[in-house]
Design a protein around this ligand. Sequence first.
Ligand code: DX5
Ligand code: ZN
Length: 212
Amino acid sequence: MPLTIAPSILSANPGRLSQTAARLAELGLDHLHLDVMDGCFVPEITFGASLVRALRDESDAVFDAHLMVADPARHLETFAESGADWITLHYEATPHIHRLLTRIRQLGKKAGVSINPGTPVEMLSPLLDTAELFLVMSVNPGWGGQAMIPACLDKVRWLKERTDEPVMIDGGVNARTIADVAAAGADLAVVGSALFRGDPAANLAELRAALA
Ligand code: DX5
Ligand code: ZN
């Protein structure tokens, strides 16, 4: 399966998100990665379900909500109702990851689990039949524009040997690293700063050229 580029609007102009959604559709990108930060699980605060709901009216893309929040159980219903199609939780954020992933599935959404760079990928072993998406953080969550931690690519390889569900990598993907991401077997790559810093069309062409 070819690598899908999942634009993260974290690095886009927050005052122009509806225009950005339209631009991404023009560029043939039909996936939107939504980085939700609560100022607790990670230091920064970004946005919540109300913004997802507002953007839902502007875009037909797959909405992929990455919840970097300390108490995800409180937010599952709200994000499901907001129009998120995929809801991804952090393994590190809850002692009840299995129950919460099951709840997301019951809500009719794709249930994702994410791990930080410091978390061994083997922790996902008991969730291989429960999670429907595996999000490998290749930077420490909290900020866009960081350098990829290359050892995280081994986690992608580990997962690809054990699941047919999509494996996504998040953090530090750019024209220099994207070929390694594809070679590791990732199905989706989140791209924030490498797409939105400068001209998205030119950046996308550079990313696609690096993959060719
Ligand atoms: C980091 C976020 C990422 C981030 C990626 O906490 O989860 O999605 O936006 O940004 P870049 O592509 O700039 O590393
Ligand atoms: Zn993310």
